[in-house]
Design a protein around this ligand. Structure first.
Ligand SMILES: Cc1ncc(COP(=O)(O)O)c(C=O)c1O
Length: 398
């Protein structure tokens, strides 16, 4: 029977031995074989990318992580999925597997801070040049492609400022020039956008966010096509990147309800945005909600849904009053990360000039000095309560 992906996410992993609806958590370093012949045969099977139910050594994962890999392979329509201990491990895995001294990497200027930092700072030490392109200008990207460009790294929408890009154009350009492509798809998840089907070589998600959904697990998922598989596998094995069985179990549990949670995040976000639109102190809402806007058109062109992360631009000469607004929210926690059941708020310093910190600053920033960006994650609470909280706290802005 052909099943929808939402049905699939409820059913694939069971524990038939113990009659449980959930898989067992298999923690293992040593994996036992009946004979040397069986061990050799199994290693050969792994090398040939055959279907397996366990690895030959715990550093590559266990049967619990294989269950998660298989779920994500289906969700991403991928040739293979590499799991890492944190989301950022997945970003580093892609870059370090494919870029070598003398290469250049083209990175969207609005990527997650540490992605910018690894590109600009660490790669420089390996003689790999990073160039940052304006996410609002395909021309800028085109102009920066050179014979040395090895990889284009895109995050869609961009962290904190939520610009959407014309993804197919990027893929066509890269294919013509034989450049690898990577998309950080954490915001949309592979439920709403399948980057590999669009032609990207790598689709990345921080599993810490919506996949796990409960703010209690960390992980990364790098889904890849056949073209880049071998190179990434080479580095994956030698770097020791891996996800633990316990985290894999929690992420499998989170994926069961991904579709239902995302629908509710979206519904709540729309309700909160309807309130925010009427607020004088909110100058702009960075989220694809206005049909006439460029971001809405590009979102609609590629995505089948939207999630719960957005930013609001607040105009104020007094940054301290914006901080007061964030501090006085009762239902929005202050803290990093997002994608869990709960609402969060954080003031984002996208103009940071401190070179020793994460490079949050933008080369292509269109915001003025008195415009401040507060990122909100709209959780699964009753949106009426979230609105009351925002309404009360917005009064602090002067
Ligand atoms: C867009 C994006 N990509 C990657 C990451 C890194 O994921 P993790 O925190 O799981 O390492 C984050 C974390 O906030 C993120 O927001």
């Amino acid at each position: 029977m052909k099943k929808s992906i939402n049905t699939f996410l409820k059913h694939p992993v069971k524990d038939n031995t113990n009659r449980s609806a959930n898989p067992p958590v298999i923690r293992a370093s040593t994996i036992l074989f009946n004979s040397m012949q069986e061990l050799y045969q199994h290693e050969n099977k792994i090398k040939k990318h055959k279907k397996i139910s366990h690895y030959s050594y715990g550093r590559y994962g266990s049967s619990t992580t294989i269950e998660l890999e298989n779920m994500l392979k289906e969700l991403e329509q991928a040739f293979h999925v590499f799991l890492t201990g944190t989301g950022f491990g997945g970003v580093a895995l892609a870059i370090m597997s494919l870029c070598r001294p003398g290469d250049e990497i083209l990175v969207s200027d609005n990527v997650y801070g540490p992605t910018k930092e690894i590109s600009a700072k660490l790669l420089k030490e390996f003689n790999i040049k990073a160039q940052f392109y304006n996410p609002d200008s395909f021309k800028d990207l085109q102009n920066k492609v050179s014979k040395k460009t090895k990889m284009i790294l895109v995050e869609n929408p961009g962290s904190n400022t939520f610009e959407f890009q014309d993804l197919s154009k990027i893929v066509s350009l890269a294919k013509k020039k034989k450049i690898f492509t990577f998309l950080d798809n954490t915001w949309g998840t592979p439920l709403y956008l399948k980057p590999l089907n669009l032609g990207f070589d790598m689709s990345f998600s921080s599993a810490t966010k919506y996949f796990s959904g409960h703010s209690d697990a960390m992980g990364g998922s790098l889904a890849v096509n056949r073209k880049v598989f071998k190179k990434i596998m080479f580095f994956y094995k030698l770097s020791g990147y891996r996800m633990s069985a316990d985290e894999a179990y929690l992420i499998i549990r989170g994926l069961r309800t991904l579709d239902t949670r995302l629908k509710k995040h979206y519904e709540n976000t729309k309700t909160v945005i309807n309130f925010l639109r009427g607020q004088k102190k909110v100058k702009e809402i960075l989220y694809p909600y206005k049909p006439s806007s460029k971001s809405y058109k590009l979102w609609k062109k590629y995505y089948s849904g939207a999630t719960g992360l957005l930013s609001i631009v607040i105009k104020s000469k007094k940054k301290s009053s914006v901080i007061k607004f964030v501090n006085s929210l009762e239902l929005f926690g202050i803290g990093y990360s997002w994608g869990g059941f709960e609402s969060l708020a954080i003031l984002q310093e996208i103009r940071s000039t401190n070179k020793d910190e994460y490079i949050q600053g933008r080369n292509y920033l269109r915001f003025n000095k008195d415009e401040h960006i507060v990122r909100l994650h709209i959780g699964l609470e009753d949106p009426k309560d979230l609105i009351s909280d925002l309404k009360r706290s917005l009064r602090h802005i002067s």
